[in-house]
Design a protein. Structure first.
Length: 370
């Protein structure tokens, strides 16, 4: 397998990436980590059995920086490059949903503390865990993370994660934050901290001057949204028939089909999101998982489709709460989307949010920021 630093340099040389000092430094750290991980013989192999004492596990990495600085891109390169069998990459919210599900099952089947068996099962599955967009917004996650990650590190799991915040700002001003502080101390003790704070927001840069709200719904709007999707994801338009989809885990054990899902960008039709029976848990799962959402075909709303309108309001509230970037094609501008009738006055707040979500100030915010 090719070293990540070589792959990064090749992308810069080919003009696919701009030279960026912070990115290059992070790639060097990841390159070292790749070499250390690959130097350990696979568990159960002859060499592994001959070792009298396993070497210390490699130190992990915490990459933080403003939105669009290339953290997820480097994580993708690293995970694809490192040649080991037991590895896992997940969005942090997806990982914590899995952890809570495992804890629930452990409480049913085990007596006593449920965290050790969950740690054991995770460590058995992967000796490298890569998380994208670590953000902590609720007490349920904050309360268990210190013990969970202490256990993972003690069982020789190497952790690599990205975040928009430095460790000291995680769960800032959160309820009972003192219970979370040991986790911050653990990160600073066990992981190398690398900042990516170059001057360019590459995610915003790729949008260029593209319009985010396109009206009316026509071929030009569809083409513009398609172009934005391919620019943001680096996916070839020539291979548009093979854009990956995803089954998104939703609280309660359900899944939500995402027709197009790539590099934190999701594409949905309005009908899929709002004409079907969905609720806040679906929309929160979307908002936590994706930094950018594209919605196609938003109709004019009114009393005749009040259920769809109510779901749309809940959806926008969730996207706004998690600072998700929104691109859309619609039958009208936000302030004309619900023109008359029962519910029009209440929709004014949503229209205001839709217009704010197109502003430079909003677009500069990191995903998940509160």
């Amino acid at each position: 397998m090719t070293a990540i630093r070589d792959r990064y340099d090749a992308l810069v040389s080919a003009g696919e990436l701009r030279a960026d000092r912070d990115q290059a430094s992070a790639a060097t750290h990841l390159d070292r980590l790749q070499q250390e991980l690959e130097a350990v013989p696979p568990r159960g192999s002859t060499l592994w059995k001959l070792l009298r004492k396993l070497p210390d596990p490699p130190r992990g990495l915490y990459m933080w920086g403003d939105v669009g600085r290339g953290k997820s891109m480097l994580m993708d390169l690293f995970f694809d490059s490192v040649h080991i069998r037991r590895k896992r990459r997940a969005h942090f919210h997806e990982f914590m949903l899995d952890v809570h599900d495992r804890l629930k099952h452990a409480r049913k089947s085990e007596s006593g503390d449920p965290i050790p068996p969950v740690v054991a099962s995770l460590a058995d599955e992967a000796r490298l865990l890569c998380f994208d967009e670590m953000v902590v917004n609720n007490m349920a996650d904050a309360a268990i993370m210190s013990r969970l990650f202490t256990g993972l590190l003690a069982t020789r799991v190497t952790i690599v994660t990205t975040s928009n915040r430095p460790p000291d700002d995680l769960y800032k001003n959160g309820l009972n934050r003192q219970l979370f502080v040991p986790f911050i101390d653990l990160i600073k003790e066990k992981l190398d901290i690398v900042g990516l704070n170059g001057p360019t927001d590459y995610r915003r840069d790729r949008l260029g001057n593209a319009k985010l709200w396109l009206s009316p719904i026509d071929d030009a709007a569809t083409g513009a949204l398609s172009g934005s999707f391919f620019r943001m994801t680096d996916f070839s338009p020539d291979d548009r028939d093979h854009v990956p989809s995803e089954e998104l885990a939703v609280q309660g054990g359900r899944t939500l089909h995402v027709p197009k899902s790539l590099k934190g960008v999701a594409v949905f039709s309005f009908k899929r999101l709002c004409a079907e029976a969905r609720g806040a848990t679906d929309y929160l799962a979307i908002a936590r998982r994706f930094h950018t959402v594209i919605i196609v075909g938003i109709p004019v709303l009114g009393p005749e489709n009040r259920n769809e309108a109510a779901r749309f309001v809940t959806l926008i509230d969730a996207l706004y709460e998690y600072k998700v970037k929104l691109l859309a094609s619609a039958a009208a501008a936000p302030d004309a989307l619900y023109p008359t009738g029962d519910g029009a006055f209440e929709f004014e707040r949503t229209a205001s949010r839709l217009m704010e979500m197109q502003s430079d100030d909003y677009l500069a915010l990191g995903h998940g920021e509160k």
